[in-house]
Every structure is written in structure tokens, then in C-alpha cells.
Design a protein around this ligand. Structure first.
Ligand SMILES: [Zn+2]
Ligand SMILES: [Zn+2]
Length: 246
């Protein structure tokens, strides 16, 4: 097999995120991702992952690969994007996250949190306070994710709110992120100039879409052999010619 280009948008919310629009149901996400020319997407709702299996099902038979993921809010109010190859380890992480996530959602204040299957049917509405922070530290989250074989990425580091640099002012030396995410407004080239101290880190860019039309507006081109998370992790490290086009 030889290497080829994959267009990846690894940070997309679904209608399970209270702040995302209700038209972000699994089938619509897949249709828009294909329209946008994406090869790989990840579904990453705030502290929740119930819609990931349905987006994977909705993409079955298409050329789109879907990684199950979750955007976890640490107790420092830092967003960490987590990605997995398969649903099982994510389910284990979900249990830990729910044990560490207090509160009940106020739908009028924060929005509706719908679990919708691949046939556009509402399975249930989540009553958890998904917009809240977990009691898990950044270190605990990254270590747990790595222990489960997943990837841990500091989300939108260029954003003041919920980005690690906005919250802490720096990236702790004890935390080993697989990559740092740059939001689509900034882009990787500008981020390289903004963060000269982070030269040694891998940057990716994603849409962080909360609206259907935003899917693919941020993306990362990777040279991979096949669309797997293992290949993406090699690209993050520049191993065996796998790489990210900046
Ligand atoms: Zn975020
Ligand atoms: Zn997000």
C-alpha cells in the first residue's frame, strides 16, 4: 500500500452537545462531511459519546471514516479532544467521565441534548449537565485516554475560553498531548507565528462545528496509508513518512 492524502476534520459536535444545533443528527453530519470532501471525521460531544455509534452506522457503506471521540472538560475548565479507533475503550472512558460529571442540564438555559440514531429517530434526551466541567484533572484525562489506547489533543489552544493556554497560560511539561488543535479562525500557519515556543508540537486544525454548515471549514490534510487512528498517530509523530501537510 502507498501513502495518500486524507482530509480530516477531527472535531465535530452532534445534537447531543447542548450548544450544537438540533439539525446535527448523525445522517446529516455524514451527508455534509461527504459533501465537504472529507475522508475522516471524529464526533466529539461535550463529555458525552452516545451519538458516536449512530454516526458510525450512518457512514457505513460510504467512503467516510468516523472515529468515535469526546471533548472532555477538565476541572481546570480546559477542553481536551479525545479520539479512539473503536467504540469499546471510549465506552470505558465515558463511564469515568459520567462518574466525574455532577449536575443536571437546564434545557432552557443551555439547550437540548438529543441522542438520535442513524434513522433520524430520537432515542432519548440526556439529562446530564454536559456543558459542565468534570472533576478530572488534565493529567488524569490524558493518562486515562492513553491507557485506553486513544489520542488526547489539547483543543483550540488559540482560543481564550476553554483552551489550555487561555486557562493556564502554558502547557504543563508533565502532560503529553498527541497534538495541539488550532481553531479554524487562526489556522496552522498563523498559529506557528503566535506560538514560537511550541515548535516541537504537532498542530492540527479542525472545524469544531456546532452548525451543519461549519463541518469541514477547518481540516487537516494527512498523508496516510489507510484511514485509521493508528495511522493518524504516526502522522502526528512523523513516523514512516506519515505526515501532516501544513
Ligand atoms: Zn471546546
Ligand atoms: Zn468542541
Amino acid at each position: 500500500m502507498s501513502l495518500r492524502q486524507f482530509r480530516c476534520d477531527l472535531h465535530i459536535h452532534s445534537c447531543l452537545s447542548p450548544c450544537a444545533e438540533l439539525d446535527m443528527y448523525p445522517r446529516a453530519i455524514v451527508a455534509r462531511a461527504l459533501e465537504a470532501g472529507l475522508d475522516i471525521i471524529a464526533v466529539s460531544d461535550h463529555n458525552a459519546s452516545e451519538n458516536t455509534e449512530y454516526v458510525i452506522k450512518a457512514a457505513r457503506g460510504s467512503r467516510l471514516t468516523v472515529f468515535p471521540g469526546m471533548e472532555i472538560t477538565s476541572r481546570e475548565e480546559v477542553h481536551i479532544l479525545t479520539l479512539f479507533e473503536k467504540p469499546e475503550p471510549l465506552a470505558a472512558l465515558q463511564e469515568i467521565v459520567y462518574r466525574s460529571l455532577p449536575g443536571v442540564n437546564d434545557e432552557n438555559a443551555f439547550g437540548c441534548q438529543a441522542v438520535v440514531n442513524e434513522r433520524d429517530e430520537v432515542e432519548f434526551l440526556s439529562e446530564r449537565l454536559l456543558i459542565g466541567s468534570t472533576t478530572l484533572s488534565i493529567e488524569e484525562i490524558v493518562e486515562t485516554v492513553h491507557g485506553l489506547g486513544g489520542a488526547a489533543i489539547a483543543a483550540h489552544i488559540d482560543r481564550e475560553s476553554f483552551g489550555i493556554i487561555g486557562q493556564l497560560g502554558f502547557i504543563p511539561a508533565t502532560v503529553r498531548f498527541d497534538a495541539l488543535e488550532i481553531s479554524r479562525k487562526t489556522g496552522i500557519a498563523a498559529a506557528r507565528r503566535m506560538f514560537p515556543d511550541l515548535t516541537g508540537h504537532t498542530f492540527i486544525s479542525s472545524s469544531d462545528a456546532h452548525r451543519i454548515e461549519d463541518i469541514g471549514l477547518g481540516s487537516t490534510i494527512m498523508m496516510l496509508e489507510e484511514p485509521t487512528l493508528a495511522e493518524c498517530l504516526m502522522a502526528f509523530e512523523g513516523l514512516r513518512d506519515r505526515r501532516i501537510s501544513e
